[in-house]
Design a protein around this ligand. Structure first.
Ligand code: SAM
Length: 286
């Protein structure tokens, strides 16, 4: 695609993913598209300006954020109809995924304009792919509700769904959210926490929510940064069980209570004691 080739034709809207931390994650196609389009719609033009200048791309940008995207949508459609090619980017990751762009893509699709993805980084997918939780089915729930009671209900519904939930959370609300999760589903509830993905201080924590609360309280610095929280679906806590651990638990159970047997097996195989116990209980309840 070159600017010359696109004159007198209907333009294309490119939904371009940008890195979520590590700039090496940008794709060659994303760089080519950003360099060749006529205009770039950016969530924050200053932020995107830095990315463009890092890659030595000179481009015209304009702001497209939650507060103006409905008004801008028709303007973008007009430009596409005039033959202009436009890229839409957000501050990080895949646009529209808890980011602006929905109103624009919706109006473009309804009007028959061409919309095409230039895929790349997305924190939700990066996090779940390394979570150790089932990935055959999962749901992305965006950010948690602002109020405590609504949040508890949110966690209960997420868990009841029976599939892995991926949740975005902000640094200032993470502790309140984890306390609500613990209140709603019990302090032994298994969770996976992913922080600062693709960045220097990337951290994963997998275990009972009460241990995660301690982990984050011990060093409050750990609460800072960009976070994804993941929750296994009810009855899917089996990720903590290995076939060998299960066999050992069955042997030990003849001589000791289940909880103790899980403790011994967890110690032997280097697994999380509480997560293993909870997973065995959930498995037996199924
Ligand atoms: N569109 C983005 C995407 O594709 O992931 C998400 C944008 S949303 C406004 C920002 C939230 O995404 C953050 O609060 C955090 O929950 C998550 N996030 C973004 N970058 C992240 C990273 N490097 N590590 C962990 N979570 C991240």
């Amino acid at each position: 695609m070159t600017k010359a080739e696109t004159t007198n034709k209907i333009g294309t809207l490119y939904i371009v993913a940008t890195p979520i931390g590590n700039l090496e994650d940008i794709s060659e196609r994303a760089l080519k598209t950003l360099a060749e389009v006529d205009l770039i719609a950016a969530e924050d033009t200053r932020h995107t300006g830095k990315l463009l200048s890092y890659f030595n791309i000179k481009a015209k940008t304009f702001a497209l954020h939650d507060h103006n995207e409905k008004q801008k949508a028709q303007q973008i459609l007009d430009w596409l109809n005039e033959g202009k090619n436009i890229a839409l980017v957000s501050d990080a990751g895949t646009p529209l995924i808890s980011d602006p762009g929905y109103a624009v893509v919706n109006i473009c699709r309804e009007s028959g304009a061409q919309v095409t993805p230039v895929p790349g980084a997305c924190a939700a997918i990066a996090a779940v792919s390394c979570s150790g939780l089932p990935t055959d089915k999962f749901q992305f729930l965006g950010f948690t509700p602002a109020k405590s009671q609504a949040r508890q209900q949110f966690f209960i519904s997420a868990h009841e769904s029976g599939i892995t939930s991926i949740i975005y959370e902000s640094t200032h609300r993470i502790m309140a959210s984890l306390n609500d999760l613990s209140e709603a589903l019990g302090e032994q509830q298994h969770v996976v926490f992913a922080k600062e993905l693709t960045k220097t201080y990337e951290t994963f924590f997998s275990g009972p929510v009460n241990e995660l609360i301690i982990f984050l309280t011990d060093e409050p610095e750990r609460q800072r940064g960009e976070l994804v929280l993941m929750l296994p679906g009810k009855g899917k806590e089996t990720a903590a069980i290995t076939p060998e651990a299960q066999k050992l638990i069955m042997l030990l159970e003849a001589d000791m209570p289940l909880k103790k047997a899980c403790g011994v097996a967890a110690e032997y195989f280097g697994l999380k004691k509480n997560a293993l116990y909870k997973a065995i209980i959930a498995q037996r309840e199924e």
